[in-house]
Design a protein around this ligand. Structure first.
Ligand code: ZN
Length: 110
């Protein structure tokens, strides 16, 4: 069994685990999934621009409205110290526990 260090997250992995290439480096499963998710978010951001908004939840099931092109920032925020301290990003509007409080003039479903 040989071990390998993931260059992105610094975790040590058994190389029997699948390693995937991201930006020319072999990274662990978790970093690969994160990379794929970031790419999906970027595609979404390009498609929607900053004039449309989405409903999104934090890790504690509270709802927010954010610009649809901010999902990468949002993911980073939910992992940040600011999140733990309750500092909400200025682009986000807190809704609370009930998404039906949000009223739309128009909508589309991606
Ligand atoms: Zn990793």
């Amino acid at each position: 069994m040989s071990m390998n260090r993931c260059p992105k997250c610094d975790d040590i992995y058994d190389t029997d685990f699948q390693m995937e290439e991201v930006d020319g480096e072999m990274v662990c499963d978790r970093c690969w999934e994160k990379h794929e998710e970031d790419q999906d978010n970027r595609k979404l951001a390009e498609e929607v621009g900053d004039m449309e908004h989405i409903l999104i939840q934090d890790n504690d099931s509270h709802w927010y409205v954010i610009p649809a092109n901010k999902t990468n920032d949002w993911d980073a925020w939910t992992e940040s110290k600011n999140y733990k301290e309750g500092v909400v990003p200025n682009y986000a509007k807190e809704v609370g526990g009930c998404p039906s409080l949000v009223i739309f003039k128009d909508y589309r479903i991606l």
